[in-house]
Design a protein around this ligand. Structure first.
Ligand SMILES: Nc1ncnc2c1ncn2[C@@H]1O[C@H](COP(=O)(O)OP(=O)(O)OP(=O)(O)O)[C@@H](O)[C@H]1O
Length: 355
């Protein structure tokens, strides 16, 4: 069942948090709302759930307008960052909660609970209380509780944030697997870009209550529409430059970076006299001075961190501008601080975006 959001506005008192937001989420897909703290992700998710009223606009589930329906009539499953389990109930009773509210009981209910707990790998822990479970197990119970009612939409608010790195990866795998298996339309909130890239069919990057960009993980990463998106999704060098002349349309342009001339891609028309130069550290090549190919800029290594499979360099290119560069492969740590180098830029992967 797809979700459609039309021109949504949400206010707290007279503080407008979501403004004119429209979005279509494909049936059965995994959609992630990604953005920094305070951008409105949780507010948007809770409005989709029905816990917060929309002040303007509409929300549709599978074509039906649910904007004025209370949360318990929207047939959603919800998973929270802090698990929100009932501490005085057993795992079985926690999972039973939504089923009982729907009037289910007896053998059918027990079978469904058993199956849901099996699916999250906790079939043997039904009689325990939440206090006797690890964080990862608690979140699996919360997931079983959300899915056992066969909701039409699954909403998750930072469900992995309270888990340590190893558990986060495990529960991440469980969520992805169950979501695909059940084919349930899912909206997932996170501020963790790696989580978003790894799990999602599509991502919406939010900025101040609006969607700055919506796309597949690779579109968001490779074809960022703004320096804000590029910087938020992975690392990026972002430097303000004079907008190149003659870029009313799209294409490649000649730009100047710290006095060096080079070519870069302008994916969308620029407005205004300034623009942002955007290059990811792994897209910049590094060679000893004089040995670089075309489209290069001379610089001096000022910092180096050996990280095993890769090396991070800081290279100064003049006018006080430094760039982060990342190298992989054989001899990736061969440039020493103080070395004169050439930085090579692929004109297709070096972007000039509106500032
Ligand atoms: N109940 C409330 N009353 C008033 N303002 C609120 C309320 N809840 C959130 N806000 C404000 O609305 C804005 C968006 O908050 P929201 O929690 O949706 O952001 P978020 O992107 O989910 O952030 P985080 O990642 O920190 O949870 C923030 O400026 C926040 O201070």
């Amino acid at each position: 069942m797809g979700i459609k959001i039309e021109n949504l506005g949400v206010t707290y008192g007279n503080h407008r948090v979501i403004e004119g937001l429209s979005l279509a989420i494909e049936p059965g897909s995994f959609f992630t709302l990604l953005g920094p703290s305070g951008c409105g992700k949780t507010t948007l998710l809770r409005t989709i759930a029905g816990f917060i009223d929309a002040s303007t606009g509409r929300i549709l589930f599978g074509g039906s307008d649910v904007t004025r329906l209370p949360a318990h009539r929207r047939n959603i499953g919800m998973v929270f960052q802090d698990y929100a389990l009932f501490p005085d109930k057993t795992v079985n009773d926690n999972v039973a909660y939504g089923l009982r509210a729907r009037g289910e009981e007896g053998a059918t209910m027990r079978r469904k609970i058993g199956e849901a707990l099996e699916r999250v790998g906790l079939g043997h822990l039904g009689e325990r209380h939440p206090a006797a479970l690890s964080g990862g197990q608690r979140q699996r119970v919360a997931l079983a509780r959300a899915l056992v009612i066969q909701p039409q939409v699954l909403l998750m608010d930072e469900p992995l944030s309270n888990l340590d790195a190893k558990l986060r990866l495990q529960v991440r795998g469980t969520i992805t697997e169950l979501q695909r298996e059940a084919g349930i339309t899912t909206v997932f909130v996170t501020h963790d870009q790696e989580e978003a890239l790894a799990m999602s069919d599509r991502i919406g990057v939010m900025k101040s209550g609006k969607l700055e960009q919506v796309g597949t993980p690779s579109q968001i990463y490779r074809e960022s529409v703004s320096a804000y998106v590029a910087d938020f999704v992975g690392a990026a060098n972002t430097i303000e430059i004079d907008a190149p002349a003659g870029t009313a349309g799209q294409g490649t342009a000649s730009i100047r970076l710290a006095g060096h001339a080079m070519a870069a891609r302008v994916p969308a028309p620029l407005t205004g006299p300034k623009a942002m130069f955007v290059a990811r550290p792994e897209d910049i090549s590094l060679a000893p001075r004089g040995e670089g190919g075309g489209n290069r800029v001379a610089g001096t290594v000022t910092g180096r961190q050996y990280l095993g499979g890769k090396t991070s360099y800081v290279v100064e290119i003049g006018e006080g501008i430094t760039l982060a560069v990342e190298t992989h492969g054989d001899g990736h740590d061969r440039h020493v601080p103080g070395a004169a180098v050439d930085l090579g830029f692929d004109p297709q992967k070096t972007l000039v975006l509106a500032s």
